[in-house]
Design a protein around this ligand. Structure first.
Ligand code: SF4
Length: 160
């Protein structure tokens, strides 16, 4: 019995995904990345593709137009990974929760993906606010780090 060595002991790479938000949440994410808040001191680094990511930062209520792209993104991320749903839109649709043009937030997408793609939702931190402050985003990211570590510790495989 051996433990899989986690590929991201300390430096999770993050992918930023806007699913149709108004951009204010995205600006707060950028604020968290600037030298003032300096989230890179925790080793967090933006990457350009979900295939390299350990954490997905998701903003927006998931418009019907963006839904298939969000599904493809979540299916493309290597396991294990975590999601930070940032802002009231991502948490539950926000003011668009019953709009014909959105699906009303990430939990609804997880439900649909569970049925259609047999998708097991990853550990997800929900950070409400319209938009949330950078401090809240950084706190959520630190929570995600803790969850990632626990999840990696649970994964074992047997040798023949
Ligand atoms: S939660 Fe508020 S700030 Fe964030 S995308 Fe939605 S409307 Fe914009």
């Amino acid at each position: 019995m051996a433990r899989i060595n986690p590929p991201f002991k300390k430096s999770p790479w993050i992918f930023h995904l806007n699913t149709g938000g108004c951009n204010a949440c995205d600006i707060e994410i950028l604020d968290a990345l600037t030298p003032y808040h300096d989230v890179e001191r925790f080793g967090m680094k933006l990457v350009g593709t979900p295939r390299h990511a350990d954490v997905i930062l998701l903003t927006g209520p998931i418009t019907r137009e963006s839904k298939i792209k969000v599904i493809r993104t979540l299916l493309a991320v290597p396991r294990p990974f975590a999601v930070l749903a940032i802002g009231s839109c991502a948490v539950g649709g926000g003011i668009w929760f019953d709009s014909y043009a959105t699906i009303g937030g990430l939990p609804n997408l997880y439900e649909e993906m569970r049925h259609k793609y047999n998708f097991e939702p990853p550990p997800t931190i929900y950070i409400p606010g319209c938009p949330p402050r950078p401090e809240a985003i950084i706190f959520g990211a630190a929570q995600a780090l803790g969850i990632l570590k626990k999840k990696v510790k649970r994964e074992v495989y047997k040798e023949d």
